[in-house]
Design a binder for this molecule. Structure first.
Ligand code: ADP
Ligand code: ASP
Ligand code: MG
Length: 816
């Protein structure tokens, strides 16, 4: 038997409930299951809001009820079986009708007791369980909603009732012994022995699941929510938080006690007592293993497991010169608070006993003050004890990990990090088990404290991208990255072009993946003048996994690459130049990878998004030998010759290619044949050849001239001058039934990049538009070459090639 609990986020609407049903059905194939559900996401909050509105005598509660009614009806509308649908509609109508009556009563008498409030809150789970059961039935699983008020028995502490375990377990067992259909149980709800509705405290559905699990001796209790299990910190507040695969019950208890809302703290007890693992899983990512909580979790690579926080607390300080002399002060203080039902979240006492500091819910702080003043009335009169000092605007941040106890230096690291961030600690407490260190800080500093400590303890797990070059390809890449969540766990920690750069020095919003980061006119301006040296040392001193993306066309980056690779940083590059310069530069990059552990990825330097580089690498690494590579390596020149063959004038075809984004920013790079030459060098070198750029015989498409001396607009004006000459070459080839094309070839005898004409049956003759073609003749592919062809130009496909490189780099390259 397994118990599966689905939280409000998992049952928000029909689509989510449908996922839930699929998860349940697939679990039910393995073993029997019991399901526990929360109210539809947000409904409990709305019920509370309705109760408050009616208490204030506002008619708004009626609207809130209507909104809730339609949310449930929207789900019901998706139920295909007419009988089921009608019955559900009636149930929703009845429940909301009853709710409105209660609330109308509240608004009349201006009173909403905790008992009434629990009745109001019960509507959420009573309805959601019916809906989930109906969707399960629709998918073919006989299922029945079960009201936990018949199972879970509590005292009369409405709002947060205490469970009578034995009676509850007995009732649960009895109910499940008779149940034939799959049971969809209302979480959160319970009842007194007399049958009055109670609730188990906000987030209490988790607890219901644990109670059921313990009663039924389940093999596991799965808490399904909207995140990948318990994370090192609340992912909504701390970017870079990551999922924990294991936790001990103790650690989960500490994290949840100190605010990690993902599991309601009382949940731990029944599971632990029955030695049942709690598994926290993600409904939106069901195949992810999630977090397994057991008695003794495997040792982790991190000393600290997680960091959590409680947003609003009040710190209450009892102090006075005479306190040391008064026996039992602490005892009296705590008894007084306990008698007043005030929960103490944290205690810290200076060893001098001169002062005791405790954290409580700020809503109870005033009451605490009155109670304590009354208790110490006499001592205050004679000046032994001062008035209680209450400081309200505070938060508690807790650092949790059971391995902390035998490792020195944790608090040093903690205070050092807080000191550097300028965070003032108002109180600190460390349990004697050393499982947790908790700090009170100003509420304004809460998020900063979480992030600072997360960085201090887990920086090595942070993952950073740095983007150089934000032109066509760089911007397209950012857009592509933004549109998927493949790199969701990564930060964009730096962006630069040749003029400006923006580095994550604390002010950069790492989630804004936009070229605007280096635009000084876009507020908030985080940019500074570009400085390659400062950039390099910033990247190299950033802890964690790092990948640098080069979308520039700069030929000055080999020294930077070498330093990065030696520092364990991987480089994904769309820039050919670092790989196509002198042979000694290539050798330097190879050596840097071998010593430093960083790796280079440059699929899009050849054939844009086509899988050319990796295919050749795979051939070579598996023992094949490159004998010749030949083809049409330039989408631009391919496009040009294709258009020329179709009768277009050269200058017009070039302009068209430029406007389509097929050319380099400066089209002479293409026309000179240098771009093709670089690709040929890269492929030949990947095949093991050692050669210099000068070893390649180059016959460019442009006739000789002073082309490189011209400004760009002058170049565009003068280009039509060559149209006639080129048209003649095309016609000449056609007259011989051949096609003009632009071929690159390397083999052991020669390396050439030339305008050539090929026979009509040559693959290059049939290439259309901007198609690229690569034909590899190898020891294995000797009789017929291995050919890769397809569109090989354009910012989008090039960016997609870099994206693929990034995925590989993230999976395998570099080190922290
Ligand atoms: P459910 O509706 O499934 O019960 P909750 O909202 O109660 O979901 O709990 C899940 C939320 O808990 C997450 O969305 C996350 O924002 C928050 N949370 C806080 N701390 C943590 C943490 N350490 N790990 C995971 N989630 C956390
Ligand atoms: N619906 C209840 C709440 O929002 C119980 C739960 O979701 O666990 O607190
Ligand atoms: Mg919850």
């Amino acid at each position: 038997m397994k118990v599966l609990k689905f939280g409000g986020t998992s049952v928000r609407d029909f689509e989510r409930i449908s996922r839930v049903a699929d998860i349940v059905r697939s679990a039910a194939k393995e073993s029997p299951v019991a399901v526990v559900v929360s109210a539809l996401g947000g409904i409990t909050d709305q019920l509370l809001a309705a109760a408050t509105a009616s208490l204030d005598g506002e008619e708004e509660f009626v609207q809130i009820c209507d909104i809730m009614q339609s949310r449930h009806e929207e789900v019901v509308a998706q139920i295909e079986d007419a009988d089921d649908r009608e019955a559900l509609l009636a149930t929703v109508g009845e429940c909301i009708g009853e709710l409105k009556m209660i609330l109308a009563g509240v608004s009349l008498v201006h009173e909403c007791s905790p008992r009434t409030r629990d009745k109001v809150l019960s509507v959420g789970e009573r309805l959601s369980s019916q809906l989930v059961a109906a969707v399960l039935r629709q998918k073919g699983t006989p299922a029945q909603a079960c009201d936990a008020r018949a199972l879970v028995v509590t005292d009369r502490a409405f709002g947060s009732a205490a469970v009578e375990l034995e009676t509850t377990y007995a009732r649960v067992r009895e109910h499940f012994a008779d149940a034939r259909d799959l049971q969809v149980v209302t979480g959160f709800l319970a009842a007194t022995p007399e049958g009055e509705t109670t609730t188990l405290g906000r987030g209490g559905s988790d607890y219901t699941a644990s109670l059921l699990g313990a009663a039924l001796e389940a093999e596991s209790i799965e808490i399904w929510t909207d995140v990948d299990g318990v994370q090192s910190a609340d992912p909504r507040r701390v970017e870079g938080a990551f999922s924990l695969d294991q936790l001990s019950y103790d650690e989960l208890l500490e994290l949840s006690h100190f605010g990690a809302k993902v599991v309601y703290p009382p949940t731990v007890h029944p599971a632990r007592k029955a030695a049942i693992p709690l598994v926290i899983k993600n409904t939106l990512n069901p195949t992810f293993p999630g977090t397994r909580v057991v008695e003794a979790a495997d040792a982790s690579e991190h000393i600290v497991r997680g960091i959590s926080s409680i947003s609003r607390i009040a710190l209450v300080r009892l102090e006075g010169d005479g306190m040391m002399g008064i026996p039992g002060t602490a005892g009296r203080l705590f008894r007084t608070l306990a008698d007043g039902g005030i929960n103490v979240i944290l205690i810290s006492q200076a060893s001098s006993e001169h002062s005791i500091c405790i954290a409580v819910d700020p809503e109870r702080a005033g009451e605490a003050r009155t109670l304590v003043h009354r208790e110490f009335d006499r001592e205050r009169d004679i000046g032994l004890i001062d008035d209680l000092i209450v400081d309200e605007n505070l938060s508690i941040v807790a650092v949790v990990g059971s391995d902390m106890n035998d490792r020195p230096g944790i608090s040093g690291r903690l205070f050092d990090a807080l000191g550097r961030a300028g965070i003032n600690v108002r109180a600190i407490a460390q349990g004697s088990s050393e499982l947790n260190i908790s700090l009170a800080v100003s509420a304004d500093d809460e998020t900063l404290t979480l992030r600072t400590l997360h960085d201090a303890f887990f920086a090595e797990t942070r993952r950073h991208l740095f983007l150089l070059g934000v032109g066509g390809v760089g911007s397209a890449l950012l857009e592509q990255l933004r549109q998927t969540d493949v790199f969701a766990g990564w930060s964009l920690s730096g962006v630069a072009n040749s003029r400006r750069m923006s580095l994550d020095r604390g002010r950069l919003d790492r989630t804004t993946w936009s070229p605007a980061l280096i635009d000084p006119s876009e507020p908030p301006d985080t940019s500074e003048p570009a400085d390659l040296e400062a950039l390099a040392s910033f990247i190299l001193t950033t802890p964690g996994r790092r990948i640098v993306i080069d979308c520039t066309a700069s030929d000055e980056l080999v020294p930077l690459y070498a330093r990065l690779l030696e520092g364990g940083v991987s480089v994904a590059s769309a820039n050919k130049k670092p790989f196509a310069g002198a042979q000694s530069d290539w050798d330097r990059l190879v050596a840097a990878q071998a010593t430093g552990g960083g790796r280079t990825y440059y699929e899009s330097t050849v054939g844009a998004g086509l899988p050319v580089v990796r295919t050749l690498q795979d051939l070579v690494v598996t023992g094949d030998r490159l004998e010749q590579v030949e083809g049409l390596f330039s989408g631009t020149l391919g496009f040009l010759t294709y258009r020329l063959r179709g009768g277009a004038a050269f200058s017009e075809a070039l302009k068209e290619a430029h406007d389509l984004g097929y050319t380099e920013p400066d089209p002479r790079e293409d026309l000179s044949g240098m771009d093709v030459l670089r690709k040929l060098l890269i492929l030949a070198r990947l095949g093991g050849a050692r050669l210099e750029p000068d070893d390649v015989a180059l016959d460019p498409l442009l006739p000789a001239g002073d082309w490189w001396d011209l400004e760009l607009d002058e170049l565009w004006r003068r280009l039509p001058d060559v149209d006639a000459g080129i048209a003649e070459r095309v016609a000449e080839a056609a007259a011989r039934s051949r096609s003009l094309t632009f071929l690159a070839r390397w083999n052991e005898d020669s390396a050439t990049v030339t305008v050539d004409d090929v026979a009509a049956d040559h693959p290059a003759a049939s290439a259309v538009e901007s198609e690229n073609l690569f034909a590899f003749t190898t020891a294995r592919y000797r009789d017929r070459a291995l050919v890769i062809r397809g569109p090989g130009a354009g910012a989008q496909v090039t960016a997609a090639g870099v994206f693929a490189d990034l995925v590989h780099a993230a999976a395998e390259g570099g080190r922290s």
